[in-house]
Write a protein that binds this ligand. Structure first.
Ligand SMILES: Cc1cc2nc3c(=O)[nH]c(=O)nc-3n(C[C@H](O)[C@H](O)[C@H](O)COP(=O)(O)OP(=O)(O)OC[C@H]3O[C@@H](n4cnc5c(N)ncnc54)[C@H](O)[C@@H]3O)c2cc1C
Length: 411
């Protein structure tokens, strides 16, 4: 499998979708994943809910935006997690999920589709000749392996393939705020309103009394997660995320220390948490955005907010812009309920390398546009579309063919 038709770099939501699309179309595919497990931010950072699957609407019944794979994945996830779509404020719908169910579902999809998977696989180099990638090097559990794929799909979330190939990428000084997720059990209520109110009052008083660090103020319950005295919490970290490698370590250390202190504070100060305990801390801090690829087209904020429809659409987005600046509450920008914007094929295709495609949170998009398109539901859709487009290139199909097929399957 060192010469597959398609090499998928990164086994998060988009990477799994890309691999399934590729395998379904009959091409050979290998997925490289640096972690010991699949799912990316959905499992490693345990973000807790799948957004972007449904239209925004005041109708309590959730209606899918993208059909085909995103819908199939969501329905199985719902079944395995024992959850159902959650109707939230402002007409938003999302699906809470169980982390283990997400992990296992990704494994199952790859196994069923006979996708070759390399876990513990770090990308080491990318060699290009002219406008084609000709070689990709990886260390798989510290053993070097060379791949000579016909096409490459970057679903690693940080435009790593383009960076190593030395072509242009979109980079910022600072990216959107990160968060640490953790779960506690033994909480003495199953009423989310009571929990949230008590948490808010407790933190405000703790800060005023000088016994709760202001840096830990941005603590919230993941909506829909409170069940049988267990709840998932998200701590918004006050440190910025940038391109300095030292910052990544600082964030992880800061977040772990903070969770330890928060748990101790809640147990001592909040009667609902008196007998509660920490059951899980997500393996990594959740980093929302990072470097992105430069595609033939760049998805812009106006495309999102004007719900722009495009002739070569291969996926749809319906989540509002949810922009998290460090130390601030999210800036939400809503477009019309019941509407969606198109993601064009050109936003998933490299502007520089003919055999490089991308899906998920590193598609070609502005920082504002990705604040909408990065949600898991949309990542499943763009990942799937990238997979089918990559197969189109392997088969020398005219550009319109995979685009038409994706539209038939998903839109
Ligand atoms: C704090 C936080 C809260 C969020 N909340 C929500 C939410 O409630 N609902 C929602 O829908 N979305 C939410 N999101 C967004 C969403 O989780 C992510 O944008 C989405 O999961 C990204 O999927 P992806 O497949 O594009 O990338 P990722 O999930 O980032 O997957 C990339 C994969 O590539 C692997 N990888 C990276 N580099 C390499 C390399 N060099 N070699 C090999 N493998 C590599 C990674 O290990 C990872 O598995 C949140 C994000 C964060 C950070």
């Amino acid at each position: 499998m060192t010469n597959p038709d398609v090499l998928v770099v990164g086994g998060g939501s988009a990477g799994v979708a890309a691999a399934v699309a590729t395998a379904e179309a009959g091409a050979s595919v290998v997925v490289l994943e640096k972690n010991a497990f699949l799912g990316g931010k959905a499992t490693a950072a345990y973000v807790g809910t799948v957004c972007g699957l449904y239209y925004r609407s005041e109708d309590p019944l959730a209606r899918y935006v993208d059909n085909g794979f995103p819908k199939i994945f969501a329905e199985q996830l719902q079944h395995e997690s024992g959850t159902k779509p959650f109707f939230y404020k402002n007409g938003l719908h999302f699906l809470p999920y169980n982390r283990f169910a997400f992990l296992r579902l990704c494994d199952d999809f790859l196994e069923k589709n006979k996708v070759s998977l390399c876990l513990h696989a770090h990308l080491t180099h990318v060699k290009k000749e002219g406008d084609h990638i000709v070689e990709v090097g990886a260390a798989v559990h510290n053993c070097p392996i060379l791949f000579h794929p016909k096409t490459v799909i970057d679903t690693a979330g940080e435009a790593v393939v383009a960076r190593l190939a030395g072509v242009g990428i979109f980079e910022n000084e600072e990216y959107q705020a990160s968060a640490q997720v953790f779960e506690m059990a033994g909480i003495a209520t199953d009423d989310a309103q009571i929990l949230n109110l008590s948490l808010l009052r407790n933190i405000q008083k703790g800060v005023a009394d000088g016994i709760y660090p202001k840096d830990y103020e941005r603590l919230s319950t993941v909506p829909g997660s409170l069940q049988a005295g267990r709840a998932v919490f998200k701590l918004g970290l006050p440190l910025g995320v940038g391109n300095d490698p030292a910052l990544v370590t600082r964030l992880e250390l800061f977040a772990r220390k903070a969770v330890g202190e928060i748990v101790a504070f809640l147990k001592a100060q909040n009667v609902l948490f008196k007998n509660a305990w920490l059951t899980m801390i997500a393996p990594e801090v959740g980093i929302r955005t990072g470097p992105r690829n430069m595609g033939k087209v760049v998805l812009q904020k106006e495309d999102v907010m004007d719900c722009r429809k495009q002739d070569d659409a291969v996926a749809r987005g319906a989540w509002p812009i949810e922009f998290w600046a460090p130390g601030k509450n999210p800036r939400m920008e809503y477009f019309a309920p019941g509407d969606y914007y198109d993601i064009p094929a050109g936003a998933l295709q490299s502007a520089f390398l003919k055999n490089l495609f991308f899906g998920g949170r590193n598609i070609s998009a502005s920082e504002d546009a990705i604040a909408s398109a990065r949600v898991i539901g949309t990542c499943l859709a763009t990942g799937y579309a990238a997979g089918r487009m990559a197969v189109g290139l392997v088969r020398n199909e005219i550009y319109e063919r995979p685009v038409a097929e994706i539209r038939r399957l998903m839109l």
